[in-house]
Design a binder for this molecule. Structure first.
Ligand code: MEV
Length: 423
């Protein structure tokens, strides 16, 4: 490929078709590749163009359904968008193991978000604190004037917390505006409110405000879910013991805890993406919460119940919405919410927590017994066969042979294809 110059001024101003043409010329795309950019599926070029800047196409990922979930006595079909094989099947499988014991119990989740206001250069910290305390109602009033609809629906700014932090640039007061955002994820609402109250606080406290932004560590929006996973369905006592050992490993070792939590997020992020929510916010919040006590820890806990079954619990912040953002704009996100049939952001978080727990148990069960690769390999082998150029009607056959031969590699798939042709 020839060398390119990435300095393109006004790229964002071009119509999408011209952007496609320009990029296509620069990197010498084939007609088939250009067609792939043009054919963005169920989203029109205009819809895509309205979501982000510099759009040249859409990007499709698999959309699957996790089955068998009963949460707070209601059955759910959970939409998941993810590229990794085995994840959806694993979640469905683990959920099945809870049904005999009543499924998942998820706690109520309050939709309270934190907006941070960073007050610096304060003349008198004690006086500033006093002013904030005395004028709390006025701060809340100003914040709420900026979202009368939220207020009428029963939400809105409801409290102010003040934290003092020591930084290398001196002491700062960090003001937390707590806002009940109801069914929204809430970042937009709380950012607007923080910006609205900042000038008043600046004058009140005689300092200088810089940042006014949501915190993605939503510690007032904690989701908790528990379930009993059947001992026999898990594979017996030995597997339960293995899972408890895996849990202790994660508790003691951040290298393992990271992978343990990654498995949980396989489920939660797939649902977050399917419903048009902000995956980065959820991921950042979860990992920060996992290290809140100063030691990066697993987001789940496990023990045996009196009958030797596995009792699992998950706890993490989940700022998920069913209104605003992409949730109502993206047609597949709308469809996902319809399939999921949740009536509130709270219910969505309750489902997401249960899904995270199921995903974790499924991974730990596999790791504590046959290992993770067996499940992965069935789908992976089909991808390898495809990569080796195996025609569609032979993919299943070649995939089975390379799994049986324990040589799941492109070169071996090519060899098998050749043998089949020779036959
Ligand atoms: C793979 O995507 C997720 C796992 O690594 C999670 C785990 O190790 O617990 C299997």
């Amino acid at each position: 490929m020839k060398e390119i110059n990435s300095h393109i001024s006004g790229f964002y101003k071009l119509p999408i078709a011209e952007r496609q043409q320009l990029i296509s010329k620069m990197v010498e795309l084939t007609a088939k590749e250009v067609e792939m950019l043009r054919n963005s599926g169920y989203l029109t070029a205009l819809q895509l163009d309205m979501m982000i800047e510099n759009v040249i196409g859409g990007y499709i990922l698999p959309f699957g359904i996790a089955c068998n979930f009963k949460i707070n006595q209601k059955d759910y079909l959970i939409p998941m968008v993810i590229e990794e094989p085995s994840v959806v099947a694993a979640a469905s499988n683990a959920a099945r193991m809870t049904r005999k014991h009543g499924g998942f119990q998820s706690d109520p989740v309050k939709s309270i978000m934190i907006s941070q206001i960073q007050l610096t250069n304060i003349e008198n910290i004690e006086e500033a604190r006093k002013q904030l305390e005395q004028n709390k109602e006025e701060i809340l009033k100003i914040a709420n004037e900026h979202d009368p609809i939220l207020n009428n629906l029963g939400g809105g700014a409801l409290d102010v917390e003040v934290r003092e932090i020591d930084t290398r640039r001196g002491k700062m007061l960090i003001i937390h505006l707590l806002v009940d955002v109801l069914d929204a994820m809430g970042a937009n609402v709380v950012n607007t409110m923080a910006e609205a109250v900042a000038p008043y606080i600046e004058e009140l406290c005689r300092g200088k405000i810089y940042l006014r932004i949501v915190s993605n560590l939503a510690t007032h929006r904690i989701a908790r879910s528990t379930a009993i996973f059947d001992k026999e369905m898990l594979g017996g006592e030995e597997v339960v013991e293995g899972i408890l050992n895996a849990y202790e490993f994660a508790l003691a070792d951040p290298y393992r805890a990271t992978t343990h939590n990654k498995g949980i997020m396989n489920g939660i992020i797939a649902l977050t993406l399917a419903t048009g929510n902000d995956t980065r916010a959820i991921e950042a919040g979860a990992h920060a919460y996992a290290s809140l006590n100063g030691h990066y820890s697993p987001l789940t806990r496990f023990e045996k119940d009196e009958n030797g079954n596995l009792k699992g619990e998950i706890e993490l912040p989940l700022a998920l919405g069913i209104i605003g953002g992409m949730t109502k704009v993206h047609p597949m996100a709308r469809l996902a919410l319809k399939i999921l049939n949740v009536k509130s952001a709270e219910e969505l978080s309750q489902v997401a927590a249960a899904l995270g727990l199921a995903q974790n148990v499924a991974a730990l069960r596999a790791l504590a017994s046959e290992g993770i690769q067996k499940g992965h390999m069935a789908l992976h082998s089909r991808n390898i066969a495809k990569l080796a150029g195996v025609p569609d009607h032979l993919i299943e056959k070649v995939a089975r042979i390379i799994v049986k031969d324990k040589k799941i590699r492109v070169d071996h798939a090519k060899e098998i294809l050749q043998q089949l042709k020779n036959e």
